[in-house]
Design a protein around this ligand. Structure first.
Ligand SMILES: [Ca+2]
Length: 203
């Protein structure tokens, strides 16, 4: 009995510290529509599970000011060299539309971010440090409001990004060398849908 309790405590400690970084996948199918997504920390913005047809997705609902970055991080994740992907569908937004992926996040103000913006017809890679962003790479892409798959790998300081299987982003940066959380992101009033977030350690 005593051993069992110790094992349970150790297991809980691992979950809380995020010491593991194996394969993970989040598709929201077990979450209640209109409620929070299990395992996600809504750092900035209003995040809730929504229906897109019969498919459950994570929706960003806030209509924030232009300088605000909406961020939802996945609790307990800790990836350094990472292969992470998500599907994103742009919805409403006057100031901004679309969204993307966050990785090696320390908190809501420090992370790497890649996002698709159909208003600007581009895909961009940024570093956000203390809430201020610096562009690391850019690609022109045709904007629309369909579902798109964004994938990022980061190995040591090398970042590579794909949109719908096409390699479009390449950069090197060493601002955040340590493991961090993954998450999803939109800017200002970009009310976007996210689904099928997947992550694993990069080989
Ligand atoms: Ca889903």
């Amino acid at each position: 009995m005593r051993v069992g309790n110790k094992l349970a405590a150790a297991s809980t400690a691992l979950m809380l510290t995020g010491a593991t970084a194996g394969p993970g996948a989040w598709n929201f199918e077990a979450d209640a529509v209109g409620g929070p997504a299990k395992g996600f920390s809504a750092e900035v913005g209003r995040w809730e599970v929504a229906l897109d047809g019969g498919n459950r997705v994570l929706a960003q609902r806030a209509q924030n000011a232009n300088r605000v970055y909406n961020v939802a991080l996945v609790e307990g994740t800790s990836y350094k060299d990472v292969d992470v992907s998500v599907r994103v569908k742009p919805g409403a937004g006057e100031l901004d539309q679309g969204g993307g992926l966050v990785w090696r996040a320390k908190d809501k103000d420090n992370y790497y971010i890649a996002r698709f913006n159909p208003l600007e017809d581009n895909l961009r890679l940024y570093l956000v440090e203390n809430g201020r962003r610096t562009q690391l790479d850019h690609a022109d892409v045709k904007g629309d409001r369909d579902w798109h798959t964004l994938r990022i790998t980061m190995k040591d300081r090398e970042i590579t990004g794909w949109l719908d299987g096409e390699k479009l982003l390449v950069a090197e940066d060493s601002t955040f060398p340590d493991a961090g959380r993954i998450g999803v992101w939109s800017k200002a009033d970009a009310q976007s849908y996210f689904d099928d977030l997947k992550a694993d350690e990069a080989p």
